[in-house]
Design a protein around this ligand. Structure first.
Ligand SMILES: NC(=O)c1ccc[n+]([C@@H]2O[C@H](COP(=O)([O-])OP(=O)(O)OC[C@H]3O[C@@H](n4cnc5c(N)ncnc54)[C@H](OP(=O)(O)O)[C@@H]3O)[C@@H](O)[C@H]2O)c1
Length: 281
């Protein structure tokens, strides 16, 4: 397949490098200016273009600019670059709907969205992480092309409806970001107890594996899941003493876990009545 990448950033270049390695041909890498596309294009044997130049539409154009610029960029391209016959264009956002490409659809492009459900922090590690990652696709007559392209990179395509993208994106954020809030809390509590954070790695990896093997509710473990109110009260006392800035978050997490494990009422009662111990007690 011939590709044009518009927006040579983290996600766009991760896909470009993976596609190049998989044997696709990258016709064009398009940056804000010719200079900003130059180095990226050289990595995938492509021709660099600035956005104001006449670049080729290719069989598949990927718009990989940040979410808030997709609609504007689509309108700009629709007004200037005619699609080659059958050409498809997709953006990479998990949140922005396919309708953001309406101007390109009006200009004769087939449109879709292609959201790698993976973190792509830079082009090199991003390219390596795409194989095995799932990718959310929103399209109609471009769906087969995008799915075939995904599979050629070792990715697993799934369909996501345009009107479900915001909810899907919230789910992805909860999966990717919320565990980090709890790990940051854990990091500080380990530090205050003189234990290295690294000691938790095998435990955390086993819990994540359990969540996907058993389901997150069945994977619940620890004193809250066991209904051990006395143990959790002692934990609250210790956290309040050593890391008082975390106590509200710790208590809130206990409430969520208690609700999930069916122990909500007994923990709500304890938490409602719990008082921070006086200093020195
Ligand atoms: N990174 C991830 O982990 C990830 C994962 C899945 C999906 N995505 C999606 O991928 C898309 C891009 O995200 P990103 O993280 O790759 O952002 P990014 O690293 O900031 O890359 C965006 C690129 O687009 C370029 N650009 C902006 N406006 C342009 C224009 N008018 N003409 C040409 N190029 C333009 C930027 O150039 P400048 O640097 O000059 O502004 C930059 O190279 C977003 O929709 C995001 O939701 C990202």
């Amino acid at each position: 397949m011939n590709l044009t990448i518009v927006g040579p950033g983290r996600a766009g270049m991760s896909i470009a490098i993976a596609a190049h390695r998989a044997g696709h041909s990258i016709d064009a890498v398009v940056g804000r200016t010719l200079a900003s596309a130059d180095v990226a294009a050289a990595r995938v044997d492509a021709t660099p273009y600035g956005i104001d130049a006449d670049f080729p539409s290719s069989e598949l154009m990927l718009i990989s600019s940040r979410d808030d610029s997709i609609g504007e960029l689509a309108a700009l391209i629709a007004g200037r670059i005619a699609p080659q016959p059958g050409c498809g264009v997709a953006h990479l956002s998990g949140l922005v709907p396919r309708t953001a490409l309406a101007s390109l659809a009006g200009a004769g492009y087939r449109t879709g969205t292609f959201h790698p459900l993976q973190t792509l922090p830079n082009p090199d590690s991003g390219a390596a992480r795409l194989s095995g990652a799932w990718v959310g696709i929103t399209a109609d007559d471009l769906a087969a092309t995008l799915s075939d392209f995904a599979r050629s990179l070792g990715m697993k395509p799934f369909e996501i409806a345009d009107n479900k993208k915001a909810l899907y994106h919230a789910a992805a954020s909860a999966a990717a970001n919320f565990p980090l809030a709890s790990l940051a809390m854990s990091y500080d509590l380990f530090a205050a107890s003189g234990v290295p954070f690294e000691a938790a790695q095998p435990l955390v990896e086993a819990i994540v594996a359990n969540a996907f093997e058993l389901g997150p509710r069945a994977a619940l473990t620890g004193p809250v899941a066991r209904g051990d109110v006395g143990t959790v009260r002692k934990q609250l006392d210790a956290v309040a003493g050593a890391q008082p800035s975390w106590i509200g978050d710790f208590a809130a997490a206990v409430r969520v876990l208690a609700r999930l494990s069916g122990n909500g009422p007994q923990f709500d009662e304890m938490l409602d009545n719990w008082r921070r111990p006086e200093a020195g007690t």
